[in-house]
Design a protein around this ligand. Structure first.
Ligand SMILES: [Zn+2]
Length: 307
């Protein structure tokens, strides 16, 4: 079985066993403080939020036009979801930071036979997201800073994604001036919009009917002090870390470490021979690709090397 077939088998298995575990549980993109809640748009009301500005404090904002010390209100990033045996969500290093991304590399191969691989491609292809600090004025605590992480897709399609729809409205048609909706002073705005749940294979929200209403009050300093510099919480993984999640080797490696420790305690050290390097008890190099254990084996690359 080639590496491509192995990957495809893995992806297919993951695709079939997708479960409903929460965003936070498998989100490996941000390490926001636990006390911060995610904002969930109201589907039955006209939403009223305040989008809060923050100062960029690191070199991790993917937007190349901004840098440390600049004022910002949104962090746009690109991610792969449904990745690995745990359906994890990981940052796309290629399309977020123009660095090599192992998942994009695999996608290139899958695109060679698009018809055959289209479901797999749809599952793991890059998706763009926007993150904001917001106040939900309809919530029980309208002074609580919350995180809003939402999908972003082609602005030209006017597809109902949050940020493109918001951007369509930021020029005042009468004065032709920009609406500085993130201004925390009394000149700032409340952002109003409707959210609609779109059912189907990929349930998501679409956003329409944006308008800005003058707020006429300043945001309190103690609220602004709680706004997160989103760039500081972005986890930028290493190439090999993404690869491990993708190939499902992360947990297996940990498990093997545990197994190894158990065995080390059980037997005298000299019995931990390295004569057979196959972690599953098959014959190293001889039995390669002949058993199901080979599919997720951490030693596969070495085992399959031609000497
Ligand atoms: Zn990628």
């Amino acid at each position: 079985m080639s590496i491509k077939d192995k990957l495809q088998k893995r992806i297919e298995e993951n695709y079939k066993t997708k479960d409903n575990k929460s965003f936070a549980e498998y989100n490996k993109i941000f390490n926001f403080p636990k006390e911060y809640k995610m904002f969930k748009p109201h589907l039955d009301k006209i939403n009223q939020i305040v989008i809060l500005p923050y100062i960029i404090k690191s070199d991790n904002d993917p937007n190349t036009r901004v840098s440390k010390g600049d004022s910002q209100y949104v962090l746009n990033y690109r991610r792969h979801s449904g990745v690995g045996i745990n359906n994890e969500t990981v940052l796309c290093l290629n399309q977020t930071f123009r660095k090599p991304c192992p998942i994009c590399e695999e996608l290139k191969i899958l695109y060679d036979d698009y018809e055959k691989n289209k479901n797999l491609i749809k599952n793991i292809k890059v998706k763009t997201r926007s993150v904001f600090n917001v106040l939900d004025l309809l919530s029980d605590n309208p002074e609580e800073v919350m995180i809003f992480d939402t999908g972003w897709w082609d602005i030209n399609k006017k597809s109902g994604a949050f940020e493109p729809e918001l951007m369509c409205e930021i020029v005042d048609p009468d004065t032709k001036e920009y609406v500085i909706f993130t201004d925390p002073s009394e000149d700032g705005y409340i952002v109003k919009f409707r959210a609609f749940e779109i059912a189907g294979e990929y349930k998501h929200n679409e956003y329409k009917a944006f308008r800005f209403e003058k707020r006429k009050y300043a945001i309190k300093k103690e609220i602004l002090d709680k706004v997160l510099s989103l760039d500081e919480y972005l986890i930028v993984p290493k190439y090999d870390e993404v690869k491990n999640i993708f190939l499902g080797t992360e947990n297996i490696e940990n498990k093997q470490d545990d197994d190894y420790l158990e065995k080390a305690n059980e037997f005298p050290k000299q019995e931990n021979k390295k004569s057979n390097l196959c972690p599953h008890g098959h014959t190293f190099k001889k039995d390669v690709d002949t058993t199901d254990d080979c599919i997720q084996c951490t030693e596969w690359e070495k085992c399959s090397e031609v000497e």
